[in-house]
Structure formats: C-alpha cells, structure tokens
Design a protein around this ligand. Structure first.
Ligand SMILES: Cc1ncc(C[n+]2csc(CCOP(=O)(O)OP(=O)(O)O)c2C)c(N)n1
Length: 255
C-alpha cells in the first residue's frame, strides 16, 4: 500500500481518523489500533464512531494484552491470563469486540479474521476498503513477544476455525477451502445471526459477519456547506481568543 501514516495519541486513533476524514473526504482512511487502544482508553470513541458511521476502515489488532507497555491485562484478556497487573490471573470475563460492535446502533460492517491466514486477511481488508461506511475488522493477532502461542489450537488444527462464506461476503478459493473445511454459509445482511455467530465460543468464526451500505454516513449528513481558507480560520480564531484575554492585550503586543 502506498500510504501516508500518522501516529495519534494513544486511545484517540479513531477520533483522529474521523477528523482527517471530515476535512479530507477524498482520502481513504485506515486506523490501526490495539485492544488496549480501542477497547480500553479509546472505548467511547469506538462506540460513537460506529454510530456515526463515517467512511473509514478500522483494523483492531487484538492480541489480548498491552504489549508495548510489557504485558498488562487488557479488556480482551481471557480469564486466568497472568500479566504484570494480574499476577494471579485475569479476573474478569473479556469483552468480545465483535459482539460489542454488532450491538451498536448504525453498525454497518463487521468482520473477523486471523492474522495467520494472510489470503483471508487480504480479502477482508479489501471488502472493508470498498464498503461505504465504518468498517470494523477484528484481527486475531499474536503478540510475538508475550502471546506467541495464543492461537496455537486454531493454527495447528484448522478445524477449530469456522469460515463464513456467502456471495455477498467471503468467497473462499481452492487453497484456503482445502485447508479450512469447516465452512458455513452466512448472509451478511442478517444482523441477528451475525450476533449469534460472533458470540460462538467452541470455534473461531471468521469472515464478514455484517454489512449494510444503506446506513447514512456522518460526513454526508454533516457535510460543511463551505470550507474556510486558512487565513479566514486564523482571523476568526484570533478574534474569538482575544475576547477571553485576561489582561488587556493590544494587537501590537500580539505581533
Ligand atoms: C494517553 C496514554 N496513556 C497510556 C499510555 C501507555 N500505553 C502505551 S501503549 C499502551 C497499551 C497498548 O496496548 P494495545 O493498544 O493493545 O497495543 P499493543 O501494544 O498490544 O499492540 C498503554 C497503556 C500512553 N502511551 N498514552
């Protein structure tokens, strides 16, 4: 991909992306976020972004742990996971980010895929990119340092994965089809079934759970009627800020 990358503040990745998209609707905006970033410090942005349904793609790299800060418990850590903040094991049941996404009003695209199946990952990202609205992909991701065996059961035994296929979702090719024999047809317009499948615990379901192109997008509803020039913005802000000056400041001093 030929992209321009931008690092925002931890927890604010989605809000930053929304700002970029609002100002530059011509750009394709992708967010790379973690389970700590999206489902902990950034939860409010995530939930409201689903509701606002702006045309951006969010890739949640869910490794079930805070990796960068050296293994603290995250909202998606499984019960019993020993981390630096839960040395006796995580106490709380984890959030399932897919189930949460599918529960928010105006959800328009939700998918799940494992990072160890690059062909499938490519297809899902491609579908998300072409979706008109907020597309959310939960990528089940190993942390090579702290959680390298986390998905070992599913990696060693493809039967622990359930592929969701459909003409409007993923079409599985021969190579993947031969390896991943556990497949089920799922119509991604069926939100109730999507929620049921997302909650599945005995197998890891992968594919496009839900897509709906007809949900209104925030940038269309709230499209600015006209965009001011940088000079106009500067003049307006300077005037507004001057109103709140504590000590009298003359324009000469400001210069
Ligand atoms: C505002 C703010 N709060 C806390 C931190 C410390 N911090 C950095 S990364 C991180 C969690 C990272 O977890 P995750 O988003 O799951 O990403 P991973 O490192 O696992 O890829 C935290 C708490 C920070 N950098 N900035």
């Amino acid at each position: 991909m030929g992209t321009y990358g931008f690092h925002g503040l931890h927890g604010r990745a989605i809000a930053t992306a929304q700002g970029v998209k609002m100002r530059r609707p011509d750009l394709h905006v992708f967010v790379n976020t973690g389970d700590g970033d999206c489902c902990s410090i950034g939860t409010a942005h995530w939930i409201h972004a689903i509701r606002m349904n702006m045309d951006i793609t969010v890739m949640l790299h869910d490794n079930s742990v805070y990796g960068l800060t050296k293994m603290q418990v995250s909202p998606t850590s499984p019960v019993g996971l020993r981390t630096n903040t839960t040395p006796r094991g995580a106490y709380l049941k984890p959030i399932n980010p897919l189930v949460t996404t599918l529960g928010v009003v105006n959800v328009s695209f939700a998918a799940q895929v494992g990072e160890w199946i690059p062909d499938l990952l490519y297809d899902v990202i491609n579908k998300a990119y072409h979706h008109k609205g907020f597309s959310f992909i939960r990528i089940l991701q190993r942390c090579p340092h702290f959680m390298d065996n986390f998905f070992q059961d599913a990696i060693s035994n493809p039967n622990n994965v359930l592929l969701l296929t459909h003409k409007d979702g993923l079409k599985v090719g021969d190579t993947i089809g031969k390896l991943y024999k556990n497949q089920m047809e799922h119509d991604p317009s069926d939100i109730h079934r999507a929620r049921e499948l997302a909650s599945m615990e005995d197998k890891i379901p992968m594919g496009i759970f839900y897509r709906n192109d007809s949900i209104p997008r925030y940038e269309d509803i709230r499209k600015p009627r006209h965009i001011n020039s940088a000079e106009q913005i500067d003049r307006t802000l300077t005037k507004a800020f001057d109103k709140f000056g504590i000590s009298p400041v003359t324009s000469e001093v400001v210069k």
